[in-house]
Structures are given as C-alpha cells and as structure tokens.
Ligand binder design. Structure first.
Ligand code: DGL
Length: 253
C-alpha cells in the first residue's frame, strides 16, 4: 500500500496523477483536515503533524509514503525520512528547476503558502536551480482554505488571484510555478488571469513518475483506494466530483 497525505484536499491533485501512473496499486490518502491549513503554522507544529501521520500510515501497512504537500515537504520531509529509515519517502517540491530552464524572459514566480515561502528548503531550491534567473516568491494566504471549502467560484478569490498575478506578469514573469498542491485546483482561475502571457508549472506528474520508480513491488495490487481524514472524513468522498476527480471514487473500498 502507498500512503499519500496532505493537510487537506490539495494532495488529491497528486493522488490523481499517482493513480494514473500506478493504476493497479493500492493507496491510502490521509487528509489532516483537523489541522488544515498548514501554511500559517509554525515549523514545529507542522513537523509534529507530519511525524504523527507518517507513524499512522506506517501502522496501516504503507511501504512508500508520498508527502503530497509542499509545506510539509519543505518543513518536515527530513524528519519523516529520519523517523522511517527503511521507507522510501517522495516529497513534493515546486518545479523551480524546469521553470528556470524553460523561461525566455529570465523571470519566474512561485506561488506558495506562507510557511513554504519562508522555508530554508525553498531558498536552497532557488539557490541550487535558479541562480541565473529572477525568482519572485509569492505567498498566497487564504487560497488553500478556499479550495478546502470548495469555494472555487468565489468572486473574492478570483479578484485576489488577479491582483496577485497581474503584477507578476507586468514584471515579465513567463513561468508561474504552483508551489502548493491545493493550487492545482485553482488552475482554471489562474489560467484565466494569465491568458497567454505565461505558463503554469505543476509537478504532480513528475512526482507520480518518481513514486512509480520507487514503487516497483507495490505497482501490482488490486487498485483500491482508502480515504482517511483527521476530521470529517465523509467530506473527502463528497469533494471528489467537485474537484473533477469523480473517476477516482470507483476505487473506494
Ligand atoms: N497543500 C499544501 C501545500 O502543498 C498546504 C496548504 C495548507 O495547508 O496551507 O503546501
């Protein structure tokens, strides 16, 4: 079984890519809905949650963990790996490297939570892979919560998305990296704000390919999916069609 987790619904965007890459594998998806959002929490709080969820998923029989959350990866993937030395752990990091390679204007932006924006790990990612380009780190408070509440058509959110994107485009940014898994569900709104002036960069497929490389012996299960949450687990199943993931529901046991 492959364990996938996030603070809430955001990681379902990664789960969708995983299910496509590993159609026969068995998955358990854990949403930490009692503690969402992680973006405004301290490093210590996020680490505590990540370690508790890792422990839980290991006890459920998971043999590979996918941290489907940029904030949890940036803050706690090292602690999770240290706690489970024998377990492969795949994290999610913003696609700064491909964006830096592909930009034509030499300016890229990364949309993240507040916690990811101030993390050492993001700074290192920029230093290692994007030192030749200008990188604008744009924290987007409240966006993950809108996704969590399934308020995807809220005009106030659309206005905030435009207000954040417009200045980036005016600065000549031509690649906009999704640095939070919740933001994949805002892609239609973001594309509306961006038009043809820039491209979105999402790493969900790359994460799924990495998991497939590490999951060779887990690839052949019975294609089952278990949804779990620390609060309101019933909301997860109900959210699937709203997030255009109704096809995944067929796997639920
Ligand atoms: N989905 C998460 C991420 O990728 C975190 C959102 C939140 O809980 O603030 O960063």
């Amino acid at each position: 079984m492959i364990g996938v987790f996030d603070s809430g619904l955001g990681g379902l965007s990664v789960l969708a890519a995983l299910v496509e890459a590993l159609p026969q594998a068995d998955f358990v998806y854990y949403a930490d809905t009692a503690h969402v959002p992680y973006g405004n929490k301290s490093e210590a709080q996020i680490q505590r949650r990540v370690l508790a969820i890792g422990e839980h998923l290991a006890n459920e029989g998971c043999r590979l963990l996918v941290v489907a959350c940029n904030t949890a990866t940036a803050t706690a993937v090292h602690a999770l790996r240290a706690a489970h030395p024998g377990m492969p752990v795949v994290g999610v990091e913003p696609g700064i490297k491909p964006a830096a390679q592909e930009t034509r204007t030499g300016r890229i932006a990364v949309l993240t939570t507040e916690a990811t924006a101030r993390s050492q790990r993001l700074r290192k990612l920029v230093r290692d892979h994007a030192h030749r380009v200008e990188v604008v780190v744009e924290p987007c408070p409240g966006w993950a919560t809108h996704v969590e509440m399934l308020q995807l058509d809220d005009p106030a959110l659309a206005a905030d998305v435009s207000a954040r994107i417009e200045p980036l485009l005016d600065r000549g940014v031509d690649r906009i990296v999704l640095g939070c898994t919740h933001y994949s569900f805002l892609a239609p709104l973001l594309k509306q704000a961006i038009g043809t002036r820039a491209q979105l960069v999402d790493v969900a497929d790359a994460v799924a390919r990495q998991a497939r490389r590490l999951a060779a012996d887990l690839a052949h299960g019975s294609g089952r999916l278990l949804l779990q949450a620390s609060a309101h687990p019933e909301r997860l199943r109900a959210a699937l069609p709203r997030l255009h993931l109704g096809h995944i529901a067929a796997r639920l046991t």
